[in-house]
Structures are given as C-alpha cells and as structure tokens.
Design a protein around this ligand. Structure first.
Ligand code: SAH
Length: 388
C-alpha cells in the first residue's frame, strides 16, 4: 500500500478527527491512483491512519480510519453503516419519519459518501470518484444492514456520472415518504440533490408549531416542505415561491397528498427577489416569511458577493413581515459560518429598519452529524426571529 508522510503540524488534526488532507499540504504520492488506499505516516514514520486517494481533487486524501484495528475494506464499511443506522434509530422517531440521511459522509466517517433513505429506497451520491472502485462493497454493506428495496446511484458531485440503479427495485417516479407524519412525494431522478432537503426536517417541524393563524410567504419553497408544514400547522394561507416550475408543481401535488386544498393557497413560479419587490410594491405583508435560498457562496472567492446578496434578500424579506410577525432565515453555504450569518441578519434588519428578536437558532440535525474538528463540514444555519 502507498504511504505518505503527514507534516507534523497536521498529525494532531488527523488524530482529532479532521477528515481531509489537501494536495498542497502533503508530499506527492508517486504511482498512487484515484481510489487507492494510502497509509498516513506520522513522526518516525509511525502509521497514524488510512485514507482514500483522489489524484484530481484539491482534497487529495480523505481519512477513513485512525485506529490500528480498522483497515479499509468490506469489514470497515459494514461497521460504519451499522453504526450510522444505530445513530439514526436513536435520534429519529422512525414511526413518523421514513426519510432521513443514513450516511453523512465525513460525519459518519465514510468521507465523500452520502446516502439518503426514502421509504425503503436508498439514494447514494459521491463527492469523489475515488469511491467508485468500492461501490459494490458499499452496496453489499448497505444491503446487509438496511435491507432496502433498492439502491439508486445519483452520481458524483461536479462530474457527469450517469445516474443508475445499482441494486434491487428501480425507484418509482415518485416515492411517497413521511416526515413527522407529513407526506411528501420525492422524485429521486429529477429532483435536486438526492430528492429532498432532509436537513431542514426539524426546522419544518418548528414552522409547523408556530404557523397557526398566520399568512405565510415561503421563498425558495422547492417542493413545498415548509409550506406544507405551515399549512398543516394551521396557517390561513401559504404562498410558495420557487424559480423551478417542476418544484412548484410538486408543491401543489404535495398539498393534495396531505388533504390540503391547493386552490386555497398560492403557488408562484418566480424569482424570489422579484417576487419580494412585487410584494413591496403592493404593500403585501405576511405573518411569517421563510427564506431558504440555495448557497450564494459555493466557492470561498464568491463570499463577498454572497454576503451582499444574503443581506439584500433578508432585508427585503424582513420588510414584508407584519410588525410583530415572524421571519425564518436559513443559509446552507459552508463558507458562511454561524457568526457571519448572524452578522448578515443584523445588517439585514438594520437595512430594513426593524428590530429582530431571536427565538431559535439551529444547525444540522442529528442525522447530519459533523466531526467537531471539521468546521468546514458545518453548513446549515437557521434562525427564527420576531420582527418588531
Ligand atoms: N426550503 C426547501 C429547500 C430550498 S432549496 C425545502 O425545505 O425543501 C433552494 C430552492 O431555491 C430550489 O428549489 C431552487 O429551485 C430555488 N431557487 C434558486 N434560485 C431561486 C430564485 N432566484 N428565486 C426563487 N427560487 C430559487
């Protein structure tokens, strides 16, 4: 097996659980190919761990294990999947929720592997082609522990790897799942990410709790997760806005699936910024505005522009909140840490000339664990506030 000497300043980070080594931070590994395992060596060439090599990514090595009794291979994949499943069984109420993240890559110590569970169907997505040679073994472990109806491969982030069924039944066009009892149709083939934004589950439940008797505006609604939660929680009227027509059609369909009358609510295919401008022009106010945009800072270089865009968006959203109403603001950019997001919200509130009182601040839920030593892995921020 190939080896690489890890610089002294990084060995303690690896030991503490940081799962990545950047290509610039380690010596070249002659002859190593994408997908091969590499032994990490510390001081005195003592082995300190095992990693998966990617010849083409800035993240050259993803740490698979730092324990002597763990070597990469089928037994380790089994152990990781087994542990991941036990964690979900303990943090989720699986009687009312059958959609969740089963493997959250780095957080489940299978860095680069994401597996979402939708009512018995697994959808697998990779961050790196380095896992391709091990895909069959991963599927074996998943089949053994989860006994899924099927395993569908959604591809590799940033690469053109054709989606395909790997095991068992092909997923139906719409998988009907339940989230805290709420019904959602998931299109794993055409949907964004693996089909649903599972990371907002507990925040949708929170919105359900506070939505009674409110007129709600849900911006970036996708297939209506927050909208449904609000309507089921007793909102009098919900407007869902998304740029993607397919998402809005899905939202309407999801209302019917929950015995809610879609004609009593509004579904708008539009740009959220433009929709907010139209609401401002019409002096239309809401009792709850939800803002859950896609990442404005997919790269660190885009951070400055992203800060300005988040501020503009949240300020415009806060302006449309009736005095005393609520605003729920989220960001899923890993380049915007929580303290920066709170600063952005302060600036947004100042711009809108409104005082916000924070009711709840949240990060990723328990089925999206992150190593404490991996702040880069934290990406979700969600703030519920009262706008005076
Ligand atoms: N809140 C959703 C997830 C939102 S994901 C949930 O709980 O499921 C972000 C969504 O923003 C995507 O559906 C995408 O189609 C939409 N989107 C991207 N840019 C947009 C824009 N400028 N205006 C409105 N929607 C946009």
């Amino acid at each position: 097996m190939a080896t690489v000497v890890v610089p002294d300043r990084l060995t303690s980070h690896v030991a503490a659980g940081h799962p990545w080594l950047y290509v610039n931070a380690v010596p070249a590994i002659p002859g190593a190919r994408t997908g091969e395992f590499v032994t990490l060596l510390g001081q005195g060439r003592r082995p300190i761990g095992q990693a998966l090599f990617d010849a083409d990514s800035p993240i050259a090595l993803r740490v698979l294990s730092t324990r002597k009794d763990e070597t990469p291979g089928p037994a380790l994949w089994h152990r990781r999947v087994d542990q991941a499943l036990s964690l979900r069984r303990s943090v989720l109420d699986l009687r009312h929720t059958d959609c969740f993240r089963l493997l959250h890559g780095e957080g489940d110590r299978l860095p680069g592997v994401v597996v979402d569970h939708y009512a018995g169907f697994l959808v697998l997505k990779l961050d790196t082609p380095a896992w391709l040679p091990h895909l069959e073994q991963l599927c074996d472990a998943l089949e053994h522990h989860v006994r899924p109806r099927g395993i569908f491969f959604k591809g590799i982030s940033g690469e053109h790897e054709a989606p395909r069924n790997l095991r068992g039944d092909e997923p139906p066009e719409h998988i009907l799942v339940r989230e805290h009892g709420m019904r959602l149709a998931v299109d794993v083939r055409r949907g964004q990410k693996t089909g649903l934004f599972l990371d907002q589950r507990e925040n949708r439940a929170l919105v359900r709790q506070v939505a009674r008797d409110r007129r709600v505006l849900n911006l970036f609604s996708y297939t209506g997760g927050f909208s449904l939660a609000a309507a089921l929680g007793g909102a009098t009227h919900v407007t869902s806005v998304d740029l993607a027509r397919g998402a809005i059609d899905g939202a309407r369909h999801n209302f019917s699936a929950n015995d809610l009358d879609p004609t009593a609510h509004s579904f708008v295919t539009a740009d959220a910024f433009e929709h907010l401008a139209a609401c401002a022009a019409a002096r239309e106010l809401f009792d709850l505005v939800i803002v859950d945009p896609p990442s404005f800072a997919p790269r660190k270089q885009a951070l400055r522009a992203a800060e300005a865009a988040y501020t503009k968006l949240n300020a415009a959203a806060i302006r449309q909140v009736r005095p005393g109403g609520l605003v729920a603001c989220a960001s899923c950019s890993s380049h915007v840490p929580m303290d920066l997001f709170l600063q952005i919200l302060r600036e947004s509130a100042r711009t809108a000339r409104r005082a916000l009182r924070v009711l709840e601040i949240r990060q990723e839920p328990g089925d999206h664990p992150t190593p404490l030593h991996f702040p880069e892995g934290r990406y979700l921020k969600f703030v519920l506030a009262l706008a005076e």
